[in-house]
Design a protein around this ligand. Structure first.
Ligand code: ZN
Length: 123
């Protein structure tokens, strides 16, 4: 009895599914049209746009990853350059130790003029 029932209903369901499939879809889209909701082609357009957007986002993400990699390299290079030249930049900004003199240091903490005076013992 059970097998007969499943044979009948199973067969009916099998035959009904493809028949129902399209009309159900049509009804859904008809309802959507009546409610002023997107039409089938609008939904398809939207889907296509989303797919294009998705691939664009993918490309942009790749580009950003590349830029990020370059930034990391630049930062590394800048840090190395900074570490390589600390004494030079410090020496370049040092000022003569004589009060009121704003000249750059040449030697012994004096500018050129005051270094010569210090050397001659006239400072
Ligand atoms: Zn000086």
């Amino acid at each position: 009895m059970g097998s007969l029932r499943s044979l009948v209903f199973g067969g009916v369901a099998e035959r009904l599914v493809p028949v129902l499939h399209t009309p159900v879809e049509d009804i859904i889209y008809e309802v959507l049209d009546q409610k002023g909701l997107p039409s089938r082609s609008e939904v398809r357009d939207l889907k296509n746009k989303l797919e294009r957007l998705e691939s664009s986002v993918g490309e942009m993400t790749e580009a950003l990853e590349g830029i990020r990699g370059q930034m990391t390299e630049i930062n590394k290079a800048a840090l190395e350059a900074k570490e390589a030249a600390p004494t030079r930049s410090a020496a370049a900004t040092k000022i003569c130790k004589v009060d009121g003199c704003e000249s750059k240091v040449r030697a012994k903490g004096y500018c050129g003029k005051h270094y010569m005076m210090w050397k001659r013992g006239t400072l």
